[in-house]
Design a protein around this ligand. Structure first.
Ligand SMILES: [Zn+2]
Length: 261
């Protein structure tokens, strides 16, 4: 189904999101302090359970989504069910490595997933929410920290993010890049073996401009802006637009056929 204009959604909406990517607790505690200071609604895609994850997800205004790794396990149902059981309030998904295959669509529908934020349209103007052909609400990503490090040549000023251009701007940060103030992906690779050790990892935080300083710059500029979580935007979109496809019934028919002897 073709995308339809998201009239109920403000065209200049910026959304802050995080993929936790199994970061150690001391790294997540550092992210929690940064978010606490920022005080902005954030959608957090969780990968695992831990005391630091629980504390992070409990921040006021934060929404829980899940971040399944479908690459490590051929049974997508098992992977998704495990995470949705651990995080029962989650209605949104973003796959690790932005993985997608079309078998996920009937699975998402069966599991009650409302939205999928998985397509990176790096720095594209005019991004809109849309229903895909299965009736799932899609919220493409506008920007991601690791891609920023690859795309730009050491540029960490807020203007690079073009936040003033029209369209949905879903920004995605990773706690590990916030912690390390990553400047290039080699920083992360070098830190990986000692990341679990708070003292050794802290020594590897880069001085000067990097992803952490960029985050602080971005949230400073967003202070006072009207921001929402991805789930709130998706529900607003659903309320304003009826999905006309028959895909849900067809998926159910196919599932019944598959179960039949
Ligand atoms: Zn990931």
């Amino acid at each position: 189904m073709a995308s339809s204009p998201s009239s109920a959604v403000e065209s200049s909406t910026v959304c802050l999101t995080l993929d936790l990517d199994w970061a150690p607790d001391h790294v997540l505690d550092d992210t929690r302090l940064l978010l606490q200071q920022a005080g902005l609604p954030t959608t957090i895609f969780a990968t695992h359970q831990s005391p630091a994850v629980t504390a992070l997800l409990a921040l006021p205004g934060c929404e829980t989504g899940v971040h399944p790794n479908f690459l490590g396990d051929p049974d997508e149902d098992v992977v998704l069910t495990r995470l949705l059981t651990a995080f029962p309030t989650a209605v949104g998904v973003r796959s690790h490595e932005l993985y997608f295959d079309s078998r996920l669509l009937p699975l998402f529908q069966r599991k009650g997933v409302h939205y999928f934020s998985n397509d990176l349209m790096f720095l594209h103007a005019g991004i809109e929410l849309y229903y895909d052909w299965s009736g799932l609400v899609r919220l493409p990503l506008f920007w991601e920290d690791d891609v920023h490090c690859l795309y730009f040549d050491g540029r960490f000023d807020c203007a690079a993010l073009r936040l003033d251009q029209p369209g949905l701007k879903v920004l995605n940060f990773h706690p590990v890049h916030l912690f390390l103030n990553t400047r290039e992906i080699a920083d992360y690779r070098a830190a990986k073996p000692v990341l679990a050790d708070p003292v050794a990892a802290r020594k590897l935080r880069r001085e000067g401009p990097g992803i952490r300083t960029l985050f602080l710059d971005v949230v400073g500029r967003l202070r006072g802006a009207e921001m929402r979580t991805l789930g709130a935007l998706a529900e607003e979109f659903r309320a304003a637009h009826v999905f006309e496809g028959r895909t849900a019934e067809r998926f159910a028919q196919e599932a019944r056929k598959e179960r039949a002897p």
